[in-house]
Design a binder for this molecule. Structure first.
Ligand code: PDD
Length: 284
């Protein structure tokens, strides 16, 4: 059975969904996106994702395709039509179709596409073993705080990880970890402090990151937002990543070196538990 996707006002079977070859998302990666998780048929932290979308659009002077209330309705409609109980809603806004020109069109008509993917999230098997990562150079552009659809380098990073027989790559710039290919990166020091890179233009301001740091502080855990190195990660007690599609996922190996006991650590597992509990309670 084919999925129903949303394209510029219409709910259509995926085979019938069409976008112009002149769409600037296709020609220039001139577009932004959001990924919102679905638990028990409800959206996790929709408001956070909607706010970040507004910010990404504003940073690129791209008009919003509709109001954020309308976006919520489209998300809900798509989840219902595709009977998604657990998985993701992907949303993409581009500057739309226009004659090919590097300069933005004067009166852009944005394209809006949404689709769903069913996925096991809460009981993801990888949580049991934890994931392994390698480090790679961060060769992305300088505005990683804008959630653009320029995802080729992260795709290359995933392929480098695959070739190395591991699950993901952590990107390194000027000696410090920025983030994972599609997630934020953390360590727990031998003293028990949770360390993750501070917010700036070098990383995406993760919606899961904001929630997890809030829960950590509420649980009296010590948090430091600062750069850390691969060596620090290898000598840490624990490591983990966060994203809308993995929640809190333990990392047990960095560049071939075991982290801590080489098994998912208690801080990561506790934060995952709190995150799931809170997300289920507050999902819309
Ligand atoms: N990726 N950093 C990068 C580079 C990301 O692509 C993502 C999310 C995150 C985590 O952000 P959040 O907690 O808001 O999901 C950090 C999504 C899941 C993706 O591209 O599929």
């Amino acid at each position: 059975m084919s999925r129903i996707v949303y394209v510029n006002g219409d709910y259509v079977p995926e085979e019938e969904a069409k976008i112009s070859v002149f769409d600037r998302g296709f020609l220039f990666a001139d577009g932004v996106y959001e990924v919102t998780s679905v638990l028990e048929g409800k959206l996790v932290d929709f408001e956070g994702h909607a706010k970040r979308l507004e910010r990404s659009l504003a940073e690129l002077e791209m008009p919003a395709p509709c109001t954020m209330d309308e976006l919520l309705e489209i998300h809900r409609e798509l989840v219902a039509r595709n009977e998604v109980t657990e998985g993701m809603v992907y949303l993409q806004v581009t500057r739309g179709a226009a004659d090919r020109d590097f300069a933005y069109p004067a009166e852009p008509v944005p394209s809006l596409v949404l689709f769903t993917q069913t996925k096991t999230l809460a009981d993801a098997p990888a949580v049991q073993s934890g994931i392994k990562v390698i480090s790679i150079e961060d060769a992305r552009w300088g505005r990683r705080d804008i959630k653009t659809v320029q995802l080729l380098y992260p795709s290359m990073g995933k392929m480098m990880a695959k070739a190395a027989g591991v699950d993901d790559a952590w990107m390194v710039e000027d000696g410090a970890v920025t983030e994972g290919t599609s997630n934020n990166a953390y360590i727990v020091t031998q003293e028990g402090t949770i360390v993750t890179r501070h917010l700036g233009t070098e990383i995406l301001h993760g919606i899961t990151r904001a929630a997890v740091l809030r829960f950590a502080r509420e649980a009296q855990m010590k948090v430091e937002e600062r750069p850390f190195t691969i060596e620090e990660a290898q000598n840490a007690r624990e490591a983990f990543i966060t994203s809308a599609s993995t929640f809190v996922m333990p990392v047990v190996e960095v560049d071939g070196a075991q982290v801590g006991e080489g098994t998912p650590g208690p801080v990561a597992l506790r934060l995952r538990e709190i995150y799931l509990e809170e997300s289920r309670a507050k999902a819309v």
